[in-house]
Design a protein around this ligand. Sequence first.
Ligand code: CMP
Length: 140
Amino acid sequence: ATERTLSIIKPDAVAKNAIGEIIARFEKAGLQVVAAKMLQLSEEKAGGFYAEHKERPFFKDLVGFMTSGPVVVQVLEGNDAIAKNRDLMGATNPKEAAPGTIRADFAETIDANAVHGSDSSASAEREIAYFFSADEICPR
Ligand code: CMP
């Protein structure tokens, strides 16, 4: 079925000048960018996004990393978009990511892991609404 998912190109990948290469992978896999913007996240905005991880030991580092430079947030649309994006990204830990995945090719560590993607339809819905109002999404 046609789905939407939230993708974030994280500060490490933006710093590497890899925005275009990463978006090209989404497009080549049949996903369409239906919304996009570059943002410098505040601590509050990053912390709210990752609220489910608040009690985890890595939360502070995660928020520190996500506010260390600009990110590019996008809504990707397409058939099976949530799973397709996760396949393209590879495992959360780039050391475990399959060859040819975005994290295998662009990420160094589990913290600086190049991209985020929604992990379920419920989180996709929440995460898209967290960054985009309805009039910022442009179905094609
Ligand atoms: P992301 O998909 O953006 O969701 C939470 C992020 O926390 C994850 O990617 C990782 O970059 C980061 N993280 C750091 N340590 C861990 C860990 N032990 N388990 C899961 N995520 C971690």
